[in-house]
Structures are given as structure tokens and as C-alpha cells.
Design a binder for this molecule. Sequence first.
Ligand SMILES: [Fe+2]
Length: 351
Amino acid sequence: MPVSQSELTQHFEHVLRLSRVDESQSVAILKSHYSNTFIVNAAMEAALRLKARAYIVELPAFNHETAMGNDLTAYVGHTALTDHPAAQQALMAADLVVDTMMLLHSPEQEAILKSGTRILLAVEPPEMLARMLPSESDKRRVVAAQKVFEQAATIKVTSAAGSDFQAALGQYPVVTEYGFADEPGRWDHWPSGFLFSWPNEGTAEGTLVLDVGDILLPFKNYVREKPVTLEIEKGFIKRIHGGFDAEYLREYMEHFKDPEVYALSHIGWGLQPRAQWTALGLHDKNDAIGMDARAFEGNFLFSTGPNTEVGGPRNTPCHMDIPMRHCTVMLDDLTVVEEGKVVAPEESLSR
Ligand SMILES: [Fe+2]
């Protein structure tokens, strides 16, 4: 349903407060021509209400000959900020950047964060922003899970559909998304509510079997025909087989002609009770990037391709996010998700 400009501005004020914006802070709003004007206006008005020094950085749109479709996650790594040090400096000068354009997975985003600037991505439609307005309890839930994730040396994922996957952990940090950017150098995304890390290089092994109802992003399709079997060896997907959905995924990834696209990227699980597995079916594909699918409680989310946001070497444009239902996720001997239901740690169950 539509959200009024006034309500969206109030929501922004709430999220900027959680992101520690006050009269001592400068807030840059990064936009391009395709940014949602309601979001840009709400961010500016909210920053001004909080007496922050607000400004807009507008960049031309970026396209690439390999990119297909309008989804902002369908081609990552290179952005309008690539080779644009002047604009990068303008963003680094802010305490907080509200990104309505999409810098995710770019080395420039990493450089801005390293300077201490916080970034809050906000590109989903206002209805989604309102429904998944973040709170301190969202943070508590995700941070509680982060503590056990950081202690784990291994992750194991199984499912009745046939998944049997494992990886070693510890080489890369655990990243949390709870919807606001409240620490220096923090990146976050409103809406969200999940966490992830990356397998140690070369250690992801086994089989992930997508079942009917699992979701392929950025296609924004529910798997309709099972199984889609991904065989993983030494950190890379080696074979994809099954019916139509498998053929489509295989052909799409081949299009990029880059062996790095087959690397396992971030893996983790969803903790947002206000995110809905069904929501994707209510939206046209150009409405949103599909954060409900990434965040819904109890999913196992794995992805492919880049790892630049944690300083890794892979800057590859193809990034699949694949949330799966009904998986069991174990960190060492601790089961955190059992057949799609979050069961630990205890604190992450509180609302
Ligand atoms: Fe992702």
C-alpha cells in the first residue's frame, strides 16, 4: 500500500536517530536519476529535522554491456563511483551516507567505510521500509546470533530436499544487517535483519539442493520445479543440474564468462520476523530488490561471486542471492536453525 511522504519522513527520522545522526553530524544523500524521489526527500527532511548538515551527491547512471534487467543487484562491483575520486571524497567527507543508488559490493564503498563514514542503503519501496522499520530489538537479535557465529569454526547445512553442505569459517568477518548504521565505518541496509559470513577460501564442499519455493535473486523467482542441484567443490560451484530452473541459472551464470562467478560468497541465516517469504509474489519485479526474501526468519541464505565488501579479492559482477527454506544450519555442534525454524541462540528468539 502507498505510504505518505509525511509518514516516510517520520520513519526516516527514527532510523537516522538510531544511526546516531544529530546536530554534530553531516549526512550525504547519494542519488541518481532512478532513485526513489520520496526516499530522497524523506531522508533530506529527516536529516534537517535532526539539525544535521545535509547535502546531496548526484551521479549519472552507470550501465554495463553485460548487465541485464533493472535490478540493482544484477550487476555489482562497478558503479557510477568507479574512477570518480571527486565524488568519493564528497561522500567520505560525510559522517553518514544515505545510499539511494546502490554502491554495494564496490571497492569504493569499502574505501568510504574504511574512512569511518557510515553508509545506510535504502532502495526498497516505502511500504517495505515502513513494515520493516528497524528497532533496537532487531539489533539485539542479530548481534546475539553474531556472537555464536564468530565462535564457530565450521558451518553445516542439511535439508530433507537433499542438501548436505559444509564449510570452514574464520577467515572472513561476520557481517550483521539490522537496519541502521550506528557505528563508525558501519554499512547497513534498511530493511534487513540477518547476518552472514564467508566460507574460508577453498573449503566450501558438498551439495545444495534447491526445493520448490526457494528463491532465486535477482531473478525474483520462486523455484517451481525441483530439484536444482548445485555441486560444490573447493569453494566453487562445479555443476548445476535439474530441470528448467537449473538450466536457467546455469545459462545466466555462463553469460558473465567469468570463473569467479561460481565462487561461494556470503552465507548466513534470516532473523527478521516482519520479513515475509510470500512478499516477493506481491511485487512486480521492478518494484524492489526483494529484501523480504533475504531476511525472512529461518531462511538459509547463500550467495555467489564477490567478496570485496570484506576485503576479499573477487570483484565479479554476477551475484546470486539464494534464500532456502526448511534447512537445518549447524555451527560446529550448535543447531541455530532447525528445518527452517530459528532455535538458537536463545536471545535471537526474542522479539
Ligand atoms: Fe548478497
